[in-house]
Write a protein that binds this ligand. Structure first.
Ligand SMILES: [Zn+2]
Length: 77
C-alpha cells in the first residue's frame, strides 16, 4: 500500500470503521477518514505534503495517531 499523503511506500494498518490507517517512514503514522479518501479520489485532489506533515507533527503533541477529517485536509489548490 502507499501513503495517502506523499504516495511513498507505507504500511497499511487495519484500523476498521470510518478510517484508513497508514504508517509512512516520511509522514509517520496517521489515520484518514474514508470519506476524505473518497473525496480525494473523486476530485483528483492531492495533499499539500509539507503542510500536512507539519499539521501531523503538531497533532502528535496530543495524540499518538492523529486522524485527518475532511475539514482538516490541507490540499494543493
Ligand atoms: Zn507519506
Amino acid at each position: 500500500m502507499s501513503c495517502l499523503i506523499c504516495a511513498g511506500t507505507a504500511e497499511n494498518i487495519l484500523a476498521g470503521g470510518e478510517f484508513e490507517e497508514r504508517d509512512c517512514p516520511s509522514c509517520g503514522r496517521y489515520r484518514i477518514s474514508c470519506a476524505l479518501v473518497l473525496m480525494l479520489m473523486e476530485q483528483g485532489q492531492i495533499f499539500d505534503v509539507h503542510r500536512m506533515r507539519v499539521w501531523l507533527a503538531a497533532k502528535r503533541e496530543f495524540v499518538d495517531v492523529p486522524s485527518i477529517e475532511i475539514h482538516e485536509a490541507l490540499l494543493v489548490l
